[in-house]
Design a protein around this ligand. Structure first.
Ligand code: 15L
Length: 275
């Protein structure tokens, strides 16, 4: 039976994944960051530690076939923090994967790698990156790092550009960006079980009628993976459309939503010297 490791197990999505994978009988090792995890089943394989430390990564990846890598900073933060967690930490993890012969990694990428595209555009998987901040930039960098480790070291990666993974869509933007938990589980299940995948990129999004993202291009990776999302945010449209859109005017224009309006220079202020 394959051994699967999960990082970021105490995070929002990590918590969902840990419970669901254990319930499916996956042979799982769950890793948190600073605080120990309390086992939720007898004899659960849990650990915690800083992934920038080689010994922690060795403990994480010993005997592992597939790594579901959810750890890292998941929102816009000052650059030094992003560099430590999402760049340095990621290199340590991939170097560990080399040492331990890990076959495959699910890299939790994000829609914020392309967040500065206008909401009117439909994107295929081979669109150019247009990050909406340092966080999105770190995900673009992470996808390139994953490509490097496939081309040069034969470690497979599925980069999942996660949209808005919440139990239910609650606001207008989610009608396009929602990834339901059932579809998230289908994605993770495919990554664990597909026989061969090489390097792949997929949109981590449900089958939303108003999706910004089309699962085409990049060698038809979603098809090769066998990802067929079943959930659709449109089922919640009635309720959502009754509510006011909570995003400001800049956030409403870009696919990255609220991340796009953080530290945004309005057109009328561009090209001016600071006061
Ligand atoms: C992300 O990448 C974030 O981690 C999450 O908190 C949400 O903001 C999500 O994107 C989103 O775009 O809705």
């Amino acid at each position: 039976m394959k051994k699967v490791a999960l990082t970021g197990a105490a995070g929002q999505l990590g918590t969902v994944l840990r419970r669901a994978l254990l319930a499916r009988g996956v042979n799982l090792r769950s890793a948190a960051g600073s605080k120990p995890l309390t086992p939720i089943v007898d004899g659960e394989d849990v650990m915690h530690g800083d992934l920038r430390e080689r010994a922690v990564v060795d403990r994480l990846l010993e005997g592992v076939d597939v790594l579901i890598h959810m750890a890292g900073t998941s929102v816009e933060r000052p650059l030094p923090e992003i560099i430590e967690n999402n760049l340095r930490g990621l290199v340590e993890v991939y170097e560990g994967a080399r040492r331990h012969g890990v076959k495959r990694i699910l890299f939790a990428s994000s829609n914020h790698a392309i967040g500065m595209y206008p909401v009117e555009e439909k994107l295929t998987l081979d669109c150019a990156f247009r990050p909406d901040g340092f966080y999105g930039l770190s995900k673009a960098w992470g996808e390139s790092l994953a490509r490097l480790y496939w081309d040069k070291h034969g470690i497979e990666t599925v980069c999942v550009r996660i949209g808005s993974c919440v139990p239910e869509p609650t606001e207008f933007r989610h009608l396009s960006t929602w990834l339901g938990h059932d579809d998230l589980m289908q994605l993770v299940d495919r990554v664990i079980n597909v026989p061969e995948i090489g390097f792949a990129i997929v949109w981590g999004v449900s089958n939303n009628t108003r999706s910004y993202w089309v699962q085409e291009g990049a060698n038809n990776d979603a098809e090769r993976l066998g990802y067929l999302p079943q959930q659709n945010a449109e089922d919640y449209a009635g309720e959502i459309l009754k509510k006011e859109n909570p995003l400001d005017t800049v956030a409403q224009r870009y696919q990255g939503g609220g991340f796009a309006s953080i530290d945004f220079t309005p057109p009328e202020a561009r090209g001016k010297h600071g006061e």
